[in-house]
Design a protein around this ligand. Sequence first.
Ligand code: PLP
Length: 371
Amino acid sequence: MNVPLLDLVAQHSAIADEIIPAAMAVIERQGFIMGPEVARLEAAIAALSHVGHAVACASGTDALLLPLRALELEPGDEVICPAFTFFATAGAVHNAGGTPVFADIDPATFNLSPEAVETALTPRTRAIIAVHLYGQMADMERLKALADRHGVVLIEDAAQAIGARRMVGGTWRMAGEIGLAGTLSFFPSKNLGGWGDGGMILTQDAALAQRLARLRLHGGAKQYHHDEVGYNSRLDTLQAAILLVKLRYLAGWSAARRGRAARYGDLLGTLPAVRLPAIDPGAEHIFHQYTIRAERRDDLVAHLRDRGIGCAVYYPVGLHLQPCFADLGYRLGALPETERAMAEVVSLPIFPELSDSQQDAVAGAIREFYQ
Ligand SMILES: Cc1ncc(COP(=O)(O)O)c(C=O)c1O
């Protein structure tokens, strides 16, 4: 049986009756830029994420770039982030004029290790970016305490974690709620994905929200008047209309993903060659990815592909080893846990519409490989 890593056609078929009219309304109105749906989506996601302000923008990458630009980094200013993440996390630091400083991950959760961040802090550190990888929030309690103690800004890259939450100081806190800014991506494969690129910045800070709203419109609050040089980074009205429909389903979809993850636990939990994803106590994972560690990973990947089972390695090369960051001077061995994860992880099919028989086929192919 062929099992795709992600089946967006199944998702679309289930909601086509609602989503096509929502998109058609924008098309018939021919109002594609900054329409009312954008503000409605901002308000809805701000409410979901327990923040006062949300600013939609053109991508999850821009959602990182804009708040980093607002920090007005000087050459040599450092921003600590993981190397075990999608490229945009560190690319945005570079493009905002800062220097990425890579800190290692916690091997259990794949998220930034607070101890490693503490070691990486210097007098030039201006910010820390915590990435909530695969849909599970990083240890925000300790990272926030560290950031506050050292007087640096904390940003949450929540591109993979919309609606995830975590107990912090005895209360549930949402992904993107704690940092000065939290950033979301609506890339089609994300848990809340559009029909193209899109992103959003969450913040409790009204002045920052105003500045971000300016930066996304070429730096001017008033048309043709520019206080600073910004970007063209708007979210299309069409995307906002589509995302508003999908948002109604997000909580159910995330619960279904958690159900599928629990079932993988039943199907694969006894295999010694495989380590299942760890869920932090007090964290509610949204399983954007279901990522295991596997012995002989590359051979397993080849076997799964041969059997028609979709899988992917996120991420095969840490950002500290990317050629474009060679001048930062990192060598193999610099981030041992990142490098171990690069060699061991593989993400399996997980999406709300995944069926029992599809999941059985995935687990069966893995068991067959290790027999
Ligand atoms: C952790 C992380 N950060 C940032 C991004 C960038 O988002 P986008 O692709 O919407 O620019 C992504 C998405 O691919 C991501 O996974």
